[in-house]
Design a protein around this ligand. Structure first.
Ligand code: ATP
Length: 594
């Protein structure tokens, strides 16, 4: 039965955390534990010494030894001070390592997850789990180590001194202790649910802050300030209330213990002056030693009585952290995954059906080939599934049925690194890191020389505006490029994609923020730079794709038409309709395109 309980504890969150932490930081904790033992022994020793200190002052026979006793006191307190220092430093060091290690682990785990993980898990929740969870892990170990080693041993030592000095009076301690513990047990019940509510409200505070920062223009333009303030107020008040609840629970333990300690001291005074039947009258030093031990026992006893509340508090954060660490990775590399074998870069979707999170298919039984070295354009109504096709080609998602292949190799059988090396991409939402323009460009090709970076920027028509910025390529772009215009950000994203020199280039509305002139210049540059590259372009502005080798019309997850411009115009179908809508004024008939 003991073995079963042990196994259950070991596999529980607390057991795992303790096991992992001691395994990783055993040396630091070992030193801290030795120092704690020294603290406990010297604390008990200092209570015991009170007998000799007081007797040296009150009894003439011991007065001659006063200097020896004084030296003993100095040594004792010196050892205690050194041990306390070592204990604090090593405990903090081990704790800081645990926080760092847990955060590192969580972040690595997050990056191994597929894209879908990030659409189902809010960033505020991930932030809470990573920061508070790791801190809670550290606090839990601190509480356990200081509680079970320093406080428990100190208490045992002091109770030992009390029993040694005054066995009969010590009985009082054993009456008072359990009463206090019973009181604390009563408090524990609600701690966990209060903490869970507090964490949820903290996540809401982070969420409101993130949305305020990202959506400040929407908030201003639609005058949503009051609404945001209300949301924030509600979350803040919830956290405040929960924090008050927790501190109330934690605070009840102290006055309870304080009152009981006062009762005990008063009792000692009354009983000792009355004299105890059948026992020798104790010396003033013995009584003082006993009272000192009793009073000193108050602190560790108080901490021990609070320990359960603290453990419960920390366990909520630890559980959140482990929940995150234990989640199955959403996009796995096959154990037999091999490097994508070099080929011309032909992309093929074979009978692909796909729905996000297993829901209604957004791509249905699609068969399509994107010819190597050619430019294919995807057009069609919004929400038809064009960007989803890019997600499948980059293996952000796996199809529910069918396969996606590059040069005849199923993407599920190749490793991520070689697949991603093959592809360059510009998305609808241009994302820039909060660093310099140079770093943002070079991140797609870390080994590129300055010259290559500048050439790519020139091709994307970004060089001139970059040179006009105060610090040129070293200009910081701010959070997600806030210091740049939409078109400037897009040109940097295009330059970044060009610099990668991949064999497949996916452009999802990549030039939508550019004016007509810049767009045509960028297009020309792309045409020359992507001569043997397989390019797939998604564009709503048909003018961007008229020269593509092939145009595919996607509607409701299926391909409704495909061919070159002439063929599609002759068909008089969906593409012709789209074309007429966009070029009505200028090109109302098929002849214009012909
Ligand atoms: N991460 C996601 N989770 C769930 N559904 C999604 C997700 N992304 C897209 N969808 C849904 O999939 C469908 C296809 O979206 P997709 O972005 O592929 O269309 P699109 O043709 O690229 O549209 P647009 O031209 O507007 O960019 C839409 O109905 C959309 O609501």
């Amino acid at each position: 039965m003991i073995k079963r309980a042990w196994n259950k504890w070991r596999s529980g969150y607390m057991g795992r955390l303790v096991g992992e932490s001691f395994y990783a930081q055993g040396k630091l904790y070992g030193i801290a534990v030795l120092a704690m033992i020294a603290v406990a022994v010297t604390t008990a020793g200092s209570a015991y010494m009170m007998e000799y200190i007081v007797d040296a002052m009150t009894s003439p026979e011991l007065r001659g030894y006063a200097h020896v006793i004084a030296l003993g006191v100095v040594i004792l307190f010196l050892v205690k001070a050194i041990a306390s220092y070592i204990q604090s430093v090593f405990l903090a060091r081990a704790g800081n390592r645990i926080v760092a290690q847990q955060q590192d682990r969580v972040y690595r785990k997050l990056l191994r997850h597929g894209v879908s993980f990030f659409s189902t898990n809010e960033s505020s929740d991930l932030l809470m789990r990573t920061t508070h969870g790791a801190q809670a892990a550290r606090s839990l170990i601190d509480v356990l180590v200081t509680g079970f080693v320093r406080d428990a041993l100190t208490l045992v030592g002091l109770v030992g001194v009390m029993v040694y000095q005054q066995p009969v009076l010590s009985v009082m301690f054993f009456v008072v202790g359990p009463i206090a513990l019973l009181g604390v047990r009563y408090l524990l019940k609600s701690v966990r649910s209060i903490m869970q509510a507090e964490f949820a409200s903290l996540a809401e505070i982070i969420r409101v802050l993130q949305e305020t920062s990202a959506g400040i223009k929407v908030i201003k333009v639609f005058s949503l300030e009051d609404r945001m303030i209300n949301r924030m107020d509600t979350a803040i008040r919830r956290v405040e209330d929960r924090a008050n609840d927790i501190s109330r629970l934690q605070s009840v333990a102290s006055p309870l213990m304080e009152f009981l300690a006062g009762l005990a001291v008063a009792g000692v005074l009354v009983v000792s002056t009355m004299g105890i039947a059948g026992s020798e009258q104790p010396s003033a030093g013995q009584l003082m030693s006993f009272i000192t031990a009793l009073l000193m026992a108050y602190e560790p006893a108080k901490r021990l009585s609070r320990m359960r509340v603290q453990i419960e508090t920390c366990m909520v954060g630890v559980a959140m952290l482990f929940d995150l660490l234990d989640q199955d990775e959403t996009m796995l590399e096959s154990p037999k995954a091999h490097d994508l074998i070099d080929g011309p870069g032909q992309i093929e979707l074979r009978n692909v059906t796909f729905g996000y999170h297993g829901a209604m298919p957004v791509i249905e039984e699609m068969n399509v080939t994107f010819e190597a070295g050619k430019t294919t354009a995807l057009v069609g109504q919004s929400g038809g599934g064009k960007s989803t096709l890019f997600g499948l080609i980059m293996r952000f998602y796996d199809p529910d049925q069918g396969s996606v292949e590059i040069d005849g190799q199923d993407l599920r059988e190749v490793n991520f690194a070689s697949l991603r090396r093959k592809i360059s991409y510009v998305g609808q939402d241009t994302f820039l890191f909060s660093t310099s323009i140079m770093d943002n460009l070079r991140c797609s090709s870390p080994d590129a020389t300055d010259e290559e970076v500048i050439d790519a920027a020139k091709a994307a028509h970004a060089h001139d505006f970059i040179m006009d910025l105060p610090e040129g390529y070293n200009t910081q772009v701010g959070e997600n490029g806030t210091f740049l215009s939409g078109g400037q950000k897009q040109r940097i994203a295009i330059a970044r994609a060009i610099l990668r020199k991949a064999e497949i280039l996916l452009l999802d509305e990549a030039t939508s923020a550019l004016d007509a002139e810049s767009e045509s210049l960028v297009k020309k540059a792309l045409d020359t730079l992507t001569k043997d590259v397989t390019v797939v372009v998604i564009a709503h502005r048909l003018s961007t794709v008229l020269e593509a080798d092939k145009i595919i019309v996607v509607q409701d997850g299926s391909i409704v038409e495909q061919g070159n411009l002439d063929e599609l115009m002759k068909k008089n179908g969906s593409f012709r309709n789209l074309f007429n809508q966009q070029f009505k004024k200028h090109a109302p008939s098929a002849e214009v395109a012909e």
